[in-house]
Write a protein that binds this ligand. Structure first.
Ligand SMILES: Cc1cc2nc3c(=O)[nH]c(=O)nc-3n(C[C@H](O)[C@H](O)[C@H](O)COP(=O)(O)O)c2cc1C
Length: 498
């Protein structure tokens, strides 16, 4: 990946990345990097979910499941673990190298900053057809049951076809195209569930159609290059065409086909796509599903659903799976990186100075535990940073702990963060509570009564775990070998520390 910040105009990504939107080209590269393994004959019921989770917990390679037990013998595949480490995330976004969490966040924050300025140079490119149109089904011929769709967790209400997915909506008032990742339970051969949390853009757009008494048109994609999943599940601001962001990251316009049923753009190189409609007041019982918080808090209840009017897929199509569960899970690494980078960017735009790094912990569901490191410049700086981190769009939803530490602490290193919390914060004066923050019905602390009465909010705490600003020069020195001494010792005694 070229240095995007040095590059004033397009090709944000190296020119060698042709086939930029083809999942199969991505898989070939992952295989060559030793980041793709094949799994033959695993069971769709629970076994694939458990393998996927174990692999996620070790930050492993992508897994391609073939000939899965309980599925149909039709040549379709299932890929999970597409972005569990810096190597596969870098392959998706176009950067290389063994990077630690802070370096990855800086890379991605640089992308976001650059992409924002370049996205208008990468509008989607309409093409007549593409690989996704190799197979086309309408009416009674639609059967989503042909794909290898796992029942991911033991308490799930059924198979979920949409996990590593994304869906495309257009705002009926402005024409803005939004891409969002929202789960889809397989509820029938041509019906899928469509749980979208309040406040998410897909929810807002759907409500606009319904307020006009119209069905909401949608394109859903259940398999594609992971870059779509990455951007679809990222906090791209409202009004920004996310397909052009995908194009700007890839350095190539996204080829799309105008959907014959909805008129919405269909990524031409996708693996599996449907067109359909969500009708006002039409719901089906959805869930439960093992969620990203680590619980089944959403339960089982009536939710909007989508009636599928057309199905398109490639020969030997590959479904992309990215199931949640108790973190770390299949998408928590990329979710943490993207959110951390987006918050860092939001803080820059809000004018908070001297932010060194941000890390939203995977263990906190990549939402609830935000740690920011700063070089303190003035009294009150730490509290300001904590407040912005958990109030901006990227960090606002479900934030519960917003902690600010000095710049000698790596926010992604829990030992360092706990040390700072334990030795530099005084609960009597360094904790400030914000009430009624933006929450989500999947929060396990909300009660059924809260949800029924619309009390969809949480409380959050800002924690200043920096050395007191007025004692910066007099605070007790840190008892650890200096960086120079550490480096010299490691060099001289290399055989002990290799
Ligand atoms: C694999 C995966 C599954 C997700 N499932 C859901 C979901 O079912 N409902 C939801 O509202 N958000 C879900 N999210 C989170 C949203 O995709 C994310 O918050 C995104 O920024 C929403 O986009 P929007 O702001 O354009 O609506 C999921 C994210 C990932 C990575």
């Amino acid at each position: 990946m070229a240095d995007v910040m040095a590059d004033k105009k397009p090709a944000l990504r190296a020119a060698s990345l042709s086939g930029a939107f083809d999942l199969r080209a991505w898989m070939d590269k992952a295989r060559a990097m030793g980041q793709l393994e094949e799994v033959d004959g695993a069971d769709l019921k629970f076994e694939i979910g458990a393998i996927t989770d174990l692999n996620a917990k070790r930050g492993g390679p992508a897994l391609l499941f073939r000939n899965s037990a309980g599925g149909k013998d039709n040549g379709f595949g299932l890929l999970t673990g597409s972005m569990l480490n810096a190597a596969t995330l870098g392959l998706t976004m176009g950067f290389e190298g063994a990077l630690d969490n802070q370096q990855v966040v800086d890379k991605v924050a640089g992308y976001l900053k650059s992409v924002e300025g370049h996205a208008h140079d990468f509008p989607v490119e309409y093409v007549k057809t593409g690989p996704v149109m190799e197979n086309q089904r309408t009416g009674d011929d639609i059967d989503l049951g042909i794909f290898p769709t796992p029942v991911w967790h033991e308490l799930d209400g059924g198979p979920f076809i949409g996990t590593g997915c994304f869906q495309i909506h257009q705002d009926p008032e402005t024409g803005w195209t939004n891409v969002g990742t929202y789960r889809n339970q397989l509820l029938g051969k041509d019906v899928v569930g469509n749980y979208i949390s309040p406040g998410h853009h897909g929810h807002i757009i759907r409500m606009k159609y319904w307020a006009q008494g119209k069905p909401c048109p949608v394109v859903m994609c259940f398999g594609a290059h992971p870059l779509f999943l990455l951007m679809g599940s990222s906090d791209v601001p409202a009004g920004v065409d996310e397909l052009s962001w995908v194009g700007a990251v890839a350095g190539r316009r996204v080829p799309v086909i105008k959907g014959p049923v909805t008129g919405l753009p269909i990524p031409a190189e996708a693996e599996i796509v449907i067109e359909g409609f969500a009708y006002p007041d039409e719901t089906m019982v959805e869930g439960p599903f093992g969620e990203f918080t680590g619980y089944y808090a959403g339960g089982q209840k009536p939710e909007p659903m989508v009636r599928v009017k057309a199905l398109y897929y490639r020969d030997n199509a590959i479904l992309l799976g990215s199931p949640p569960c108790r973190p770390p899970n299949d998408f928590s690494y990329q979710f943490s990186v993207m959110r951390s980078a987006a918050i860092k960017e939001a803080m820059r735009r809000a004018g908070v100075p001297a932010v060194k790094s941000v890390w939203v912990s995977e263990a906190g569901g990549s939402r609830m535990w935000i740690v920011t490191s700063i070089s303190q410049k003035y009294a009150g700086h730490a509290t300001q940073a904590a407040a912005v981190a958990c109030s901006c769009q990227a960090g606002g939803l479900m934030a519960r702990y917003s902690i600010v530490v000095d710049d000698d602490i790596d926010p992604s290193n829990n030992d360092e963060v706990i040390w700072a919390l334990s030795t530099r914060s005084d609960p009597g004066k360094d904790f400030s509570i914000i009430n009624q923050g933006w929450d989500n019905p999947l929060d396990p602390l909300l009660t059924a009564d809260d949800k029924e009465h619309g009390r969809l909010w949480n409380n959050r705490v800002l924690i200043n775990a920096c050395r007191p600003f007025n004692r910066l020069n007099t605070f007790a020195p840190v008892a650890v070998a200096s960086p120079a001494l550490t480096q010299a010792v490691k060099k001289k005694w290399a055989r002990l520390f290799s």
